[in-house]
Write a protein that binds this ligand. Structure first.
Ligand SMILES: Nc1ncnc2c1ncn2[C@@H]1O[C@H](COP(=O)(O)OP(=O)(O)OP(=O)(O)O)[C@@H](O)[C@H]1O
Ligand SMILES: [Zn+2]
Length: 589
């Protein structure tokens, strides 16, 4: 609409220019003779002079000579530009007028008119479009802005995600006393990325941070910066930060950061220039402010792995906090939160609902309770009863893949639990100095069925025995699957483990001289470049792996009780922390 208006304006200006130019040419000509002059050869002109037919000649610098005949007709001829022309004409009794002055008058008129018109174009058009742009900018900069002091979302409104909350508490202190940290030269994070599946409370977490710290909360979405107009995205970023610094202390929240922060397409097809510019603007702005100003930029994404590395560098989003799906305990807490102010039939067991809602996010649990409340209200029931929750359950999961959930899920859960228990037991027995910080059967964003956090102690070198043990730990998941469920029921869940184990064994054989059969040879050098792996090496690696697999099997066989105990713990609680694992081991011993 606006574009159309501008086009019309441009056309109008062009028309005016044209008309004025024509007019000015007319004026200019009129100034001389009032009619179009007759062009005659110089010879003819001389003859006319001799015949006394010429009345006036207008002398000028131009290559043409103009004049008037006795009969009033205007003529034009070539200007010889001889020094004595004027004298010659005067001698012939011809009126000679120097028209340098008049001539330039005409030119000045044309010139002035043209300059005027172009100036108008130069000023009016951009003004129009800058008016439009500034309107856009205004619209853009109208970031959702809420004074969090009023909407009091605190950490008590968020259940689960304890580690993330602890992390946030630190930031609260930083926002409250930035000077304190500055005094110690501590560089506090400017940017924090919250990553995890949808609906796990990332936005909630950022809001809580702002309100606990008592600062303003500026929320935008990454997709708002993906603009059609070039440079608008970048402009909007600058606007946002300008607004933030006007606020003083505040939390900037950028949801869906991946919309602007995707890995840049190096040397690829064009078209990503615009988002590059937006991303660069963000990086520049983030480097621009000092941590002590008390501004924290929070961003949320479902995928950390697709973000450009430049975003994750120190001084930018150097703190990354995972917000995962809630485990059993967290689901209970969330459900408790959302049943607190609702009339719930006292026969309902929150624990049971929590057990039935594996892989539900916080948002889904909230949705579940809300739907149940709606069903109860429709029936004018005095309480939200089990049947309402059951119905809500199917509403919430409707549209999701229609497989026989109950069945498949249970066996999946069981396999995952045993698999992870295998890793855990192998770690505890083979590398007791490793820390198993957390084992869970709740899938992480990386897509694995479950995972164990296994942190080896820091050391400069890796011993051969440790490397073998790490291979065994990796294999233990599959070993348990085979041992418990039978060789035909092993799953694809071990693919990452197999990759890890293979990497270790190949590097031991090819690079570290740790295989007696191969000896002290680096095969990459011997075979030139990345010489790949030859048949003999493949056989050596494979045999080593078989030996390690069998040894792991023996280990698991001897400790199957322990594996079962941990698997049971995982099935009950879904996540086990290190002290809980140690407790189970102590009890099983
Ligand atoms: N841990 C939790 N505790 C309490 N409520 C939660 C929790 N997680 C999610 N919710 C509920 O789900 C809603 C949506 O959460 P939120 O918008 O913060 O999720 P998100 O992780 O930002 O999602 P998305 O990635 O889709 O933006 C919240 O308003 C809240 O009602
Ligand atoms: Zn595994």
């Amino acid at each position: 609409m606006k574009k159309l208006k501008n086009k019309k304006l441009a056309i109008a200006i062009c028309m005016v220019t044209l008309i004025l130019s024509i007019l000015s040419v007319g004026i200019y000509r009129q100034y001389f003779s009032g009619e179009i002059p007759l062009e005659i050869p110089y010879g003819e002109f001389l003859e006319k002079v001799k015949e006394n037919q010429v009345r006036t000649v207008y002398l000028s610098d131009s290559p043409k000579l103009k004049g008037e005949l006795q009969d009033g007709k205007a003529f034009i001829t070539d200007h010889p530009r001889t020094d004595d022309l004027k004298e010659f004409l005067l001698v012939q009794n011809i009126i000679v007028e120097e028209v340098g002055q008049q001539h330039s008058m005409g030119q000045i008129i044309t010139f002035v008119v043209l300059v005027g018109v172009f100036a108008a174009i130069a000023f009016i058009l951009p003004k129009q479009s800058s008016k439009q742009a500034s309107k856009e900018y205004d619209k853009m900069s109208s970031v959702e802005f809420s004074t969090q002091k009023e909407s009091a979302i605190t950490f008590s409104n968020i259940a689960g995600n304890e580690e993330a909350k602890e992390n946030m508490m630190e930031l609260v202190d930083f926002l409250k006393n930035p000077k304190k940290y500055e005094r110690y030269g501590a560089r506090m994070p400017k940017g924090v990325i919250l990553y995890g599946p949808p609906g796990t409370g990332k936005t909630l977490m950022a809001k809580a941070l702002a309100s606990e710290a008592g600062v303003d909360f500026l929320a935008v979405s990454g997709s708002d910066f993906v603009q059609v107009y070039a440079g608008l995205g970048a402009g909007r970023i600058r606007n946002l930060f300008k607004k933030a610094s006007e606020k003083g202390k505040c939390v900037i929240f950028i949801d869906e950061i991946d919309a602007i922060g995707k890995k840049r397409d190096r040397g690829g097809l064009g078209g990503s220039d615009e988002s590059d510019r937006t991303l660069n603007a963000l990086l520049t702005e983030m480097s621009g402010f000092k941590g002590s100003e008390g501004i924290i930029v929070m961003a949320a994404t479902n995928r950390l792995d697709i973000l450009d590395e430049a975003l994750l560098r120190p001084g930018r989003f150097d703190r990354q906090i995972e917000i995962g799906l809630p485990d059993l305990k967290a689901r209970q807490d969330i459900l408790a939160l959302y049943t607190r102010n609702r009339p719930i039939d006292n026969t309902i067991s929150i624990e049971k609902i929590a057990q039935q809602t594996v892989y539900f996010s916080g948002a889904k649990l909230e949705n579940l309770m809300n739907e149940a409340a709606i069903y109860a209200a429709r029936e004018n029931a005095s309480f939200i009863a089990e049947k309402h929750i059951d119905r809500a359950f199917y509403t919430v999961i409707a549209g999701e893949e229609k497989k026989n959930r109950g069945n498949i899920k249970e066996i999946d859960r069981k396999i995952t639990a045993y698999h992870e228990a295998g890793h855990t037991v192998a770690t505890k027995l083979l590398c007791p100095e490793n820390k198993v910080t957390k084992v869970t059967i709740i899938p992480s964003t990386k897509g694995a069925g479950g995972f164990s956090m296994n942190v080896p102690p820091d050391s400069m070198y890796h011993r051969k025995v440790d490397m073998f043990n790490n291979i065994k730990i990796a294999l233990a998941g599959r070993v348990v699957e085979e041992f418990v469920f039978g060789g035909d029921n092993i799953t694809t869940g071990a693919s990452n483990d197999i990759q890890k184990a293979t990497e270790i064994i190949v590097s031991m054989v090819k690079q570290f001289g740790m295989s007696e059969e191969v000896g002290m040879i680096n095969y990459d050098i011997l075979l030139g470049g990345s010489g790949g792996i030859d048949q003999r090496l493949a056989e050596i690696c494979n045999n080593e792996m078989k030996r390690l697999y069998n040894e792991t099997k023996e280990l698991i066989k001897e400790n199957i009780q322990l594996v079962s105990a941990i698997a049971k713990g995982l099935l009950d609680r879904e996540t086990l922390k290190e002290d809980e694992i140690d407790m189970i081991i102590k009890e099983a011993a």
